[in-house]
Design a protein around this ligand. Structure first.
Ligand code: SF4
Ligand code: SF4
Length: 74
């Protein structure tokens, strides 16, 4: 079950792929089927259920595109 989720400010993404390489559960990819306002292929989450809310993606993103929301334990 997902421990959190990421919120992607899609139009700020420049499609550099840094976050993709740092995600430990490998659930990030670029959506090659479309482009954002800047003309780049934007980031998306392939399998949100696997997110462990580690924040690695947000830390490495040079453009502060990603915000991590950690779910409260129930
Ligand atoms: S918070 Fe961690 S697990 Fe979730 S998408 Fe980012 S790097 Fe991957
Ligand atoms: S590191 Fe940031 S700019 Fe680069 S692909 Fe990921 S979200 Fe987009």
């Amino acid at each position: 079950m997902a421990k959190g989720r990421i919120i992607i400010a899609e139009d700020k993404c420049k499609g550099c792929g840094l976050c993709i390489h740092h995600c430990p559960v490998d659930i990030l990819a670029l959506d090659t089927s479309r482009t954002n306002k800047k003309g780049y292929t934007p980031l998306y989450v392939t399998d949100p259920e696997k997110c462990i809310a580690c924040s690695m993606c947000a830390l490495v993103c040079p453009d502060s595109v990603i915000t991590v929301e950690r779910f409260k334990k129930s």
